[in-house]
Design a protein around this ligand. Structure first.
Ligand code: NAD
Length: 368
């Protein structure tokens, strides 16, 4: 069966790192996989060509694809475009129209890079946690919201944290299902001590656990304590499930445990269609378009390539292939090859394309 991939490289280093992903896809195709690739502009690149950050035609392709591989969008060139036309608006539209409510952010510390973390190597060595962030609800979308001027001239800002049982249950299920394929542990982070939404969150996660996932170990943790524990002893966690706001903060914190932004992939998943079994999905590195290094050929392509590994695992159930790709990357790092962002004394520095070529070489060797 052929799988349809839509590549949206975007701006800045986006096209540079997605070009390396394309070479990896071609490698898997040469080994018998059947990935069909479509491409389109997104972000500033789409604005320059079409006057909008994402066209209806690109949206249609995204809705029809089996998975979307996204590079990055944005940059100073588009600082002055109207608010609705800013490059980042494309990503929000994609998340909304594809119904991508679950954001999966792994924080994995490659052994060879344990010295790049701000934490002691023994604290992060072997780290492998997954943060599952609710992405389409909560305080970033809740109504009422806005800034008003009061009668006495003071200004007042309101944002509303809203969650329904359905929203909480579906994200909890994603977390429990993931845990079953990992170390079988879920920590649910909220603030039930001071927020009603936190109380409902805790009750609903408990309900989903008791009725569907009793085999998985569930703990509840206050989000502020979770932030502390992530730097104190991150290896206590397997899967952490949390809301949009806390997930935004906790996933960035967890990301930094691993050393470099150029190494970190992510996946955003939607509902699984009961009839077709198809689940909408978008995969992207967590980094942005890095205008400071764009065009220099020094961007680290590994976050984008690891995002494709997540795509193999979660969209196409190709776990062996995903493992192979992740092992190839670990091997290159063990062999001392680094892009500039993770460069260390005594190692060999490679540019973007040379790093992509090393991954292909390692795939050849491991597969032989
Ligand atoms: P950034 O992630 O683009 O860059 C932060 C720093 O990390 C820079 O010094 C950059 O050179 C470095 N870096 C990032 N990715 C790297 C890689 N793969 N290899 C080596 N170094 C890398 O964040 P920023 O500078 O805050 O934002 C730049 C632009 O990207 C902005 O327009 C922002 O809005 C946009 N952005 C887009 C996304 C997205 O498309 N999902 C995410 C974050 C930021």
């Amino acid at each position: 069966m052929a799988f349809r991939l839509l590549l949206l490289p975007g701006d800045g280093i986006g096209p540079e790192v997605i070009a390396e992903v394309e070479r990896i896809i071609a490698w898997f195709n040469a080994e018998g996989a059947r990935f069909e690739i479509e491409r389109d502009f997104v972000g500033g690149a789409a604005f320059d060509v079409h006057g909008t950050p994402v066209t209806e035609a690109a949206m249609k392709k995204a809705l029809e694809a089996d998975a979307v591989l996204f590079g990055a969008v944005g940059g100073p060139k588009w600082a002055g475009v109207p608010y609705d036309m800013r490059p980042e608006a494309a990503l929000l539209r994609l998340r909304k129209d594809l119904g991508l409510f679950a954001n999966l952010r792994p924080a994995i510390c490659f052994d060879a890079l344990k010295d790049s973390s701000a934490l002691k190597p023994e604290v992060v060595s072997g780290l492998d946690i997954m943060i599952v962030r609710e992405l389409t609800g909560g305080v970033y979308f809740g109504e009422p919201r806005g800034i008003t001027t009061l009668a006495d001239g003071e200004r007042r800002a309101v944002d509303t944290q809203v969650y329904t049982t359905g929203e909480i249950r579906r994200i909890a299920r994603v977390a429990f299902e993931l845990a079953r394929k990992r170390r079988n542990k879920v920590a649910s982070a909220e603030k039930h001590n001071v927020m009603h939404s936190g109380l409902l969150w805790k009750e609903e996660v408990t309900h989903v656990h008791a009725t569907e996932f009793k085999d998985v170990e569930l703990t509840h943790i206050l989000a502020d304590n979770c932030a502390m524990q992530l730097v104190r002893n991150p290896k206590q966690f397997d899967v952490i499930v949390t809301d949009n706001l806390f997930g935004d903060v906790l996933s960035d914190e967890a990301a930094m445990l691993t050393g470099s932004i150029g190494m970190l992939p992510s996946a955003s998943l939607g509902n699984r269609d009961a009839k077709t079994g198809k689940q909408r999905a978008l995969y992207e590195p967590i980094h942005g378009s890095a205008p400071d290094i764009a065009g220099k050929g020094v961007a680290n392509p590994l976050a984008a390539i690891l995002s494709f590994a997540m795509c193999l695992r979660y969209s196409f159930a190709m776990a062996q292939e995903a493992d192979l790709l992740e092992r190839a990357i670990a091997q290159i790092l063990d062999d001392g090859y680094r892009t500039r962002d993770v460069m260390q004394a005594g190692r060999s520095e490679l540019g973007t394309a040379a790093m992509g070529a090393k991954v292909l070489g390692a795939l050849d060797k491991l597969h032989a």
